[in-house]
Write a protein that binds this ligand. Structure first.
Ligand code: MG
Length: 347
């Protein structure tokens, strides 16, 4: 369903549900899936359009129905200019609690529109050097060794892989990857480990295998266990499920070494930029991540990547029916497009 808001030359929001198809079955510690529902948004003003996206993997609790209900309430027609980003996004945030992916879809489209009006990409508006964009990791889901080896071979241009663990075959997964490549690895357990002593033993073993960070080794509720692990871990421990919005950054400080920031968790570029700066002020490491998304949201996130220690911006590469072109990966590195706004074109 498409719905139009506002009239004449005012700011209007449209949105349309879409379903992403994954190239491979994607399995992490909490389950498997082959599709992801997204909502594509368009904000228009004076003949210019900005694009946005909400990606809603089921475990986060949003859906086409919730996003449609939320976005139907968004009325941008009273705002005189899209440059009033603070006013507009404060209004959007106050419409209802939660709904972070839906909020991100408005935030991204608004940033795209404003960047186009300024005729500059956001990394330049923020004063960031695109040459400082890091290598992106390519995610390897939990699978049988032969499948893992094949996936790593197919992705041989990448300079770092993020390997999903916590499925009960951790060493087998790492050994399969290592039989194909010697590049650095990150590991994401998605809260899958239950015992802190076993977790720390495994982290020491992983470190010896060339793993350079470990993400969410245990439940986000196990704060004391994770702080204990972080205190003794030879590699940084990164919070993902444990940190969603700017308000969470201070909560994970002391228990983790860094945070994984995703536009869909926090509500968009404005909140993500705030989180980067909070993390830096607290001495935390920064990862810019994504969900399974089209190139729209992934390219928006890439605008922030020069500020990150690590990028995990492969969500658009895992799908077979992208709607946009934007960020590219060259020799493993994030290549931010030099296009105004978030840097995408519709295919
Ligand atoms: Mg993660």
């Amino acid at each position: 369903m498409t719905r139009k808001k506002g009239r004449n030359a005012g700011i209007t929001l449209r949105f349309e549900p879409y379903e992403l198809h994954l190239k491979h079955v994607f399995t992490i510690a909490s389950g498997s899936r082959t599709t992801t529902p997204v909502m594509i948004t368009t904000i228009s003003w004076n003949d210019l359009e900005g694009y946005g996206e909400a990606s809603m993997p089921p475990y986060l609790g949003e859906s086409h129905a919730t996003a449609q209900a939320f976005l139907s309430k968004v009325d941008l027609s009273p705002f005189s200019s899209p440059f009033l980003i603070e006013d507009i996004l404060t209004y959007v945030n106050r419409i209802a609690p939660g709904n972070y992916a839906a909020k991100a879809s408005v935030d991204i489209a608004l940033h795209d529109l404003v960047g186009k009006l300024m005729q500059q990409p956001w990394h330049r508006i923020w004063g960031l050097n695109p040459e400082h964009a890091p290598n992106t990791s390519y995610t390897i889901g939990i699978d049988k060794p032969d499948v893992v080896k094949e996936k790593v071979r197919e992705a041989s241009g990448f300079k770092i892989f993020k390997v999903k663990l916590g499925g009960g075959n951790d060493k087998e997964m790492i050994e399969a990857v290592r039989s194909v490549t010697q590049v650095p690895l990150g590991v994401d357990v998605n809260q899958g480990w239950k015992d802190r002593n076993q977790a720390l033993d495994m982290i020491h073993w992983l470190s010896e295998q060339g793993v350079i960070y470990i993400e969410q080794p245990m439940s986000k509720m196990a704060v004391d266990d994770i702080a204990w692990i972080t205190g003794q871990s030879p590699i940084p421990v990164i919070a993902d499920e444990a940190v969603q919005t700017p308000a969470d950054v201070e909560k994970v400080y002391g228990a983790y070494s860094g945070i994984n920031i995703k536009l869909m968790k926090c509500g968009g570029l404005r909140a993500a930029y705030t989180m980067v700066n909070m993390a830096r002020a607290l001495g935390l490491k920064v990862m810019i991540g994504c969900m399974t998304e089209t190139s729209c949201a992934v390219t928006a996130a890439s605008q922030l990547s020069p500020l990150a220690d690590w990028a995990d911006l492969d969500g658009n590469l895992l799908i077979s029916n992208d709607l946009f072109e934007g960020v590219r990966i060259s020799a493993g590195k994030v290549l931010i497009p030099d296009l105004p706004g978030i840097g995408v074109r519709k295919i």
